[in-house]
Ligand binder design. Sequence first.
Ligand SMILES: NC(=O)c1ccc[n+]([C@@H]2O[C@H](COP(=O)([O-])OP(=O)(O)OC[C@H]3O[C@@H](n4cnc5c(N)ncnc54)[C@H](OP(=O)(O)O)[C@@H]3O)[C@@H](O)[C@H]2O)c1
Length: 276
Amino acid sequence: MPVTVITGGTDGIGRALATTYLDRGHDVLVIGTSAEKGNAFLAGAAAAGAGERAHFLPADLSLVAENRRVIAWITERFAAVDVLILGARFHRSTRAETPDGLESNFALYYLSRHLLSHGLVPLLNRAAHPVVLNFGGAGLTGPPRWDDLQLRHNYPGTGALGHSAALCDLLGVRFTALHREPPIHYVLNHPGVVATSFAGEYDPATAAHVDGLRTSGKPVALAVAQILPFLDSPATGLSAVLEGKALPVDTPAFDPEAAAALHEITEKLLADLPVR
Ligand SMILES: NC(=O)c1ccc[n+]([C@@H]2O[C@H](COP(=O)([O-])OP(=O)(O)OC[C@H]3O[C@@H](n4cnc5c(N)ncnc54)[C@H](OP(=O)(O)O)[C@@H]3O)[C@@H](O)[C@H]2O)c1
């Protein structure tokens, strides 16, 4: 039975993709913090007769230790991972740090995806045609602030997500360079504005703007229809997709040297963190 793992699978685009892969006969694991949303996913799957293939793991993926626990949990229960979808995010108008001392978007939107991408390689390698979907910036949200990756100065509000998305683009570059054989396809998808919950903590001005996006964004079903072809028949190695259109991955946003540098910075940061 193919296995699909989805962070942020309890809501929005991730939830819709979870239902899609359940309908296709996959075992589907969704990860999020809300037991209420996770249980709603399980109840929906049971009502559709797919309860035994639906799984929910509550975890706060902004914490490094939680990502390691999730990797161990998945490794214990599944022989392989066929599809890994990295979609958890949480907007913040104001800068916040996790208990690990990391900027919250950096931790959830970038570092969690770094840990899960690389940490699940042994299981991805056991799948026949493994693919990773990371909701990155598709080359459109950089450049990274190399001198301030933790966004300590001039925090850009909801733009912090775009900054992490640019780091995710470089994560995809490095990941595919390291895992060429056997190939694990890596799709960086920017879905455009999609009408989802936009979970987050907002100041009043941003809240009003986000309220507008919740209604003006395209339907989740359209976002899913635009991404599925790239998951079903991924280009070899790395691809970048904006609203259903493939974009070039040979632009400066995908610079292999920058990707290698970010990988090294990230591994050093992880090595230097106190074990929690
Ligand atoms: N919607 C758009 O317009 C848009 C535009 C560009 C890019 N994207 C990208 O597309 C992806 C999906 O977006 P979406 O709009 O569908 O998301 P969403 O509806 O806002 O849902 C966010 C998901 O992240 C999970 N999450 C939040 N904090 C978490 C934490 N600390 N640990 C674990 N899970 C956590 C939430 O689960 P719980 O509530 O259970 O914690 C929820 O399932 C994201 O990467 C997003 O940045 C979306």
